[in-house]
Design a protein around this ligand. Structure first.
Ligand SMILES: CC(C)(COP(=O)(O)OP(=O)(O)OC[C@H]1O[C@@H](n2cnc3c(N)ncnc32)[C@H](O)[C@@H]1OP(=O)(O)O)[C@@H](O)C(=O)NCCC(=O)NCCS
Length: 188
């Protein structure tokens, strides 16, 4: 019932347990390899978001989702405030019908409203073209060090090159510092 989709932007502390369960149910479908993470009311895998963009149907089922959290990361030795963006998901039955684009346009509006210098995300290789199409810029040479999602247990330190993507919000892309990224924690 795509005609009956209702979009919401919600703050984390306003979410009820049924809300978390409905989000987790979507994430388990959208990320089937990691469905064991999204059980019960566990609607996140690493850093818990502070704000969510949600689409629901008339029964309250969550059909699309993004989580955002403001945080400082270190880039080339400088602290940079970003709106870390993750848990990007569209219900499998709606994928490929433009809902991901709409989800990200709404996410961009939230980032604009937060007036962070940059949106930031880590994209899997096969998702980079999706975000690039929607105005995110990848730094393929840049190495990022981050803590693994604690949904897997200990948040051990990992390093990956490529897939780090930035969307300029209140600052210019040219002013993104050169150099390695240290997240000093988990991503959303
Ligand atoms: C990634 C995801 C959110 C995209 O949502 P979607 O509803 O399928 O995307 P849309 O139909 O709105 O596509 C928007 C545009 O991106 C393009 N696109 C989507 N996925 C793409 C991909 N993997 N590679 C290249 N382009 C892609 C579409 O062709 C479309 O382009 P167009 O507007 O020029 O026609 C969705 O497929 C999903 O939930 N996947 C599983 C979870 C996931 O991988 N999340 C991202 C983790 S980094």
């Amino acid at each position: 019932m795509t005609d009956d989709i209702r979009w919401e932007v919600v703050e984390e502390s306003s979410l009820s347990l049924p809300d978390h369960e409905a989000i987790a149910a979507l994430l388990a479908q959208a990320f089937p390899d990691w469905s064991h993470w999204y059980v019960g009311g566990r609607s996140w895998s690493g850093m818990q978001p502070e704000r969510r963009v949600l689409a629901r149907d008339q029964d309250g089922v969550v059909l699309a989702h993004v989580g955002i959290r403001r945080m400082f990361i270190t880039v080339g030795g400088r602290d940079v405030l970003v709106g870390d963006t993750g848990l990007v998901a569209v219900s499998p039955r709606l994928q490929g019908s433009g809902k991901g684009r709409e989800l990200m346009e709404r996410t961009h509006a939230v980032l604009d409203g937060l007036a962070v210098p940059y949106g930031f995300l880590g994209a899997g290789e096969n998702r980079i073209p999706f975000y690039a199409k929607l105005g995110w810029h990848e730094f393929p040479e840049v190495v990022g060090t981050f803590s693994a999602f604690t949904a897997e247990g200990a948040g051990i330190t990992n390093t990956e090159q490529g897939g780090w993507m930035v969307r300029p919000v209140a600052a210019a892309l040219e002013d993104w510092p050169a150099g390695a990224i240290w997240l000093n924690g988990q991503e959303v």
